[in-house]
Design a protein around this ligand. Structure first.
Ligand SMILES: O=P(O)(O)OC[C@H]1O[C@H](OP(=O)(O)OP(=O)(O)O)[C@H](O)[C@@H]1O
Ligand SMILES: O=c1cc[nH]c(=O)[nH]1
Length: 198
C-alpha cells in the first residue's frame, strides 16, 4: 500500500472478520456509552437514586445491572441495591422446551416492597422473558413501580411490553439473531447480528 494512502478503518456497523460472527452493531465503547446514557435516564425518571433496586435477568442482564449500578454510584455517590431475578420456572414454554437449569435469584437485603425496581436484560424481543420476570418478581414483594432497561430492543414483540430505557433500537428480521457478548462471560463486549437475508 502507498504510504500516503488513508488507513482503512472499520466502522462498528461492518462485518467483524476477527470473530466472523455476523455484523457488529455495537462495540465496547458503544455499549459503555449506551449504559451511561441509560443510567442518566434512570436517575432522571426516578428523580435521583432513592428507592432504586436493579435486578438483572440471567444471564447477561446480571452483569449489565451491576454495571448500571456502578455507573449510578459513580454519578450519585450512593450504593444502589443490585441483584438477579431468574425466570426459568416462570417461562410460558416450559412444556415445549427441555427444562433449563435455574440460575440464581438474589434479591438485595433492601427487598423490593415499595421500591422502584429496574429490570435489566440484554435483548428485548418477543417480550416473553420480561412477562416471566414480572411474575417472578411478584413472588418477592410489591414494588412501587417496575421499569425495564435493555441494551438492545430488536422488535417483534408478541406481548404488550415495552422498555423504558433502551441502549439501541435495532430493526431486525425475525430470521436474524442478536448476540450480546460481555467481557464478564465472553472475550469482549460486543453486539452482533447473524443470519437473515443479506
Ligand atoms: O423477549 P424474548 O423473546 O423473551 O427474548 C429475550 C431474551 O432472550 C435471551 O435470553 P435467552 O433465553 O436466550 O437466555 P440467555 O439470557 O441465557 O442468553 C435474552 O437474553 C433475553 O433474556
Ligand atoms: O435475537 C435474539 C432473540 C432473543 N434473544 C436474544 O438474545 N437474541
Amino acid at each position: 500500500m502507498c504510504p500516503d494512502a488513508p488507513v482503512p478503518t472499520r466502522s462498528s456497523s461492518e462485518t467483524d472478520p476477527a470473530t466472523d460472527d455476523g455484523r457488529t452493531v455495537l462495540g465496547a465503547a458503544d455499549i459503555s456509552r449506551a449504559l451511561r446514557r441509560i443510567a442518566h435516564e434512570i436517575l432522571e425518571a426516578n428523580k435521583g437514586s432513592d428507592g432504586l433496586v436493579l435486578l438483572g435477568i440471567p444471564s447477561r442482564g446480571v452483569p449489565l445491572a451491576r454495571r448500571l449500578a456502578a455507573i449510578i454510584t459513580e454519578f450519585e455517590g450512593s450504593e444502589i441495591p443490585v441483584g438477579s431475578l431468574d425466570i426459568t420456572m416462570y417461562r410460558d414454554d416450559l412444556r415445549r422446551q427441555p427444562t433449563r437449569a435455574p440460575m440464581p435469584t438474589q434479591i438485595p437485603d433492601s427487598g423490593v416492597d415499595g421500591r422502584t425496581v429496574v429490570l435489566v436484560d440484554d435483548v428485548l424481543y418477543s417480550g416473553r422473558t420480561v412477562r416471566a420476570a414480572l411474575d417472578a418478581l411478584a413472588d418477592h414483594g410489591r414494588p412501587a413501580a417496575v421499569r425495564l432497561a435493555v441494551l438492545v430492543d430488536r422488535g417483534h414483540r408478541e406481548l404488550p411490553i415495552r422498555a423504558d430505557h433502551v441502549g439501541k433500537n435495532l430493526p431486525t428480521a425475525q430470521t436474524e439473531k442478536v448476540r450480546v457478548r460481555l467481557a464478564d462471560f465472553d472475550e469482549a463486549d460486543s453486539v452482533t447480528i447473524t443470519g437473515g437475508a443479506r
